[in-house]
Design a protein around this ligand. Sequence first.
Ligand code: SF4
Length: 337
Amino acid sequence: MKHINIPIFIPHEGCPNDCIFCNQRKISGHVRTPSEAEMVSTIEEHLQTVNPDDHCEIAFFGGSFTGLPEQLQKHFLKIVHRYVIEGRVKGIRLSTRPDYINTAELNLLKQYSVKVIELGIQSLDEEVLKKSLRNYSPQTAIDACRMIKDNGFSLGVQTMIGLPKDTLQKSIDTAKRLIELEPEMVRIYPTLVIKDTELAQQYFNNRYKPLTLDEAVLWCSLLVPMYEEANIQVLRIGLQDTVDLQKGNEVIAGPVHPAFGDLVYSKILLNHITNKLDSMDIRVKKVTIHVAPSQVSLVVGQHRRNINFLKEKYGFSHIKVKADQKSQKSVLFEFLD
Ligand code: SF4
């Protein structure tokens, strides 16, 4: 079954927060909240391309939905709720901040068939949250996750890597603690320096250094398997939806790449292959690596990066990567003299 989100972008007008990586407040005057007619037209347009078997949800993206005034939340929810009642979509999903979750709010969302709540956690490290001006503690985020799960919603967690004072170990610790909270899905965003943000100021004053592309790929290649092994779906690795959706956004610096997810999965496969090869006594110069057909280009890597790495590390003169239906879940080696 294909999962389809119909995205409705709600800029967070009047957001009282000042997270250092975000320019929502600065651009909110330029990004208009969609009218009812525009929302309906977006939904109808998407529904024309949806198959009856698809699992289709309407998704409010952008700011912190539950931070909007209650009347405005109800207004938006009423518009989309009728699609759930008519059976044309399966549910509603939205994203918000951990400190905007409470019992009254969750009761309201239940009334309107909200099924999934994604929390912008970013990090569970006290210092990282503080330096990023998120204005909530790790415990607030943990409590919000628990409340969402206890109230029967599906939980998504959004995390960022490379925020000020973040380290690989801190991001691994955050992932470990989040996995214990059993979210159904996760998004991992490398921190980018966006124009008109406090982070951009810090970057220009040499007070903040973003992760390099290689560092971000390495961190993600260690985090993604942690979530996947815990059966938590990795919905997205890379550019934030808000950065995608707002045309005026400009990335000044940071590990941005159009195929960031592919780089990460390519690195994960390379890690897997080197782990296996490291445990073997290799005395030959030629190897054929059998992998699932969908993974051939990932194993080879961009510009044959992985192949070149393996040749150098293990002294292979020839490496062939072969598509093999039997290798769906594993990587098999055939060594030749
Ligand atoms: S990240 Fe969200 S909460 Fe923080 S300033 Fe931007 S819109 Fe407000």
